[in-house]
Design a binder for this molecule. Sequence first.
Ligand code: PNW
Length: 547
Amino acid sequence: MELSLLFDVLFVLEMYFSTLMVSSNFITQNGSLHSSSFPSNFLLGTASSSYQFEGAFLSAGKGLSNWDVFTHKPGNIKDGTNGDIAVDHYHRYLEDLDLMEYMGVNSFRFSISWARILPKGRFGEVNMAGIKHYNKLIQALLHKGIEPFVSLSHYDIPQELEDSYGTWLSPKVQEDFRYYADVCFKYFGDRVKYWVTFNEPNVQVIRGYRSGIYPPARCSGIFGNCSHGDSEREPFIAAHNIILSHAAAVQIYRTKYQKKQGGSIGIVMNAVWYEPISNSSEDKAAAERAQSFYLNWFLDPILFGKYPAEMQRILGSILPVFSKYDLEKLKNGLDFIGINHYTSFYIKDCIFSVCEAGPGVTKTEGYILRTALKDGVPIGEPTAVDWLYVYPQGMEKMVTYISDRYSNIPMFITENGESKTNLGRVLMKIHLHILKLYLMILVDLVGFGEMNNPNSTVEVFLNDVKRVEYINGYLDALATAMRKGADVRGYFAWSLLDNFEWISGYTIRFGLHYVDYATLKRTPKLSATWYKHFISNHKARNTLAPK
Ligand code: PNW
């Protein structure tokens, strides 16, 4: 009994010292706190999304979404789970707001579930229970001084649209999205000042229409294992309709709401930093091409009215064309770019040199080879997620790249975060084990009671030193980019809570708070406490700083 208490004390002490270690590194690296690098009106928040958080999948008039249907098909999700309950944020949002208030964040990024607002798309009724729910959430946030940062779409759509016309493959979706956006601006726009049309449409179309691992699970040939689809054409058609749906939503915002409501509207892209694998001009051009086929694919049409030249050259007639009418709509552009940045990869050219067959090596991805390894060494420390390597320099390079290409348009880091590393977990387990052995000997000597066998798994998750180091390193790199002139207005850590990580189900934890999936109890991890200190230092510095 006493011994387990002793372990608890030891654990708390260990957490405390590791916090100190991390925060002292953090203080000494630049000789000052990074948080002073951010301006006083900088948004510091956490992020979430409807399907990954809400649950309540058929409550209060909500219709089925594409993800509801997809997760219910056996074999689609690694651990056979779904978001029916998720982390029950729909019912527990007040508790979650308390967690946010405790950390001191000034903003919260969430998405609206389209199927909760328009269960049947634009030909059905507006579900007023859905409107009421988000109104309550927005009110509660504002009451605590937390700015809502709202996405209209974070991968999930009403299944009805998929069944009736194939959503993103049909131009009809543009009208549906415009109508949905209009409803949201009308009901929430008096209080929501930051709107995002789409979250990571690049990931959405690549995974939905090229590899087919996300709904609507369409792909062909070597790209995946699907019953329908065309991996070499459909991603470009879906992207085209998303770009024009974005333009339709921005147009309605600009003409009907923006002047009165005074908010801003943007899009969120997944941005991976692509490092040329060598100094050759071919690999450098390939890295640039990789950005065109991933990021600029969406941003160039929205900001320059045309697809990147490399895409046009390589894809030719595969790439859809914007009509005069489309170009007129695209002139509405956007007010900010949201950047979800997590990781970096090496890029090798496959036009002038022969590449082994593999992802990226085809025309549809611009003839590049994307790899984490150079001479067998990974670009950064690997994590529990196969696509996530820790490479903080990538943040500075990515932000600078976007700022240079798009005339330093305002940017937000709308997601950045880390999942528990395998290595970290193993090391921590060994570390705890040694400490326990040491204690056993000590206890034996001084005659304490018998040995308990406490399960350390939860503690290991809570002591997420690696996540703290990750966030700290990436924030530092962000501050460097800003010092050099990049106009970044905010940062959102992914994620407030552990949650439903798409096809990985609940096997991957990205939260600053641990969620016990049996009870849905939330517990702050070390990273939540660290973020709280970071934010309070930021506030203190800005209060003291001369105006
Ligand atoms: C994002 N990559 O997806 C999504 O917006 C979130 O919903 C998700 O939970 C989170 O990141 C963590 O996975 C990503 O290849 C997809 O670098 C792909 C990448 C990064 C993030």
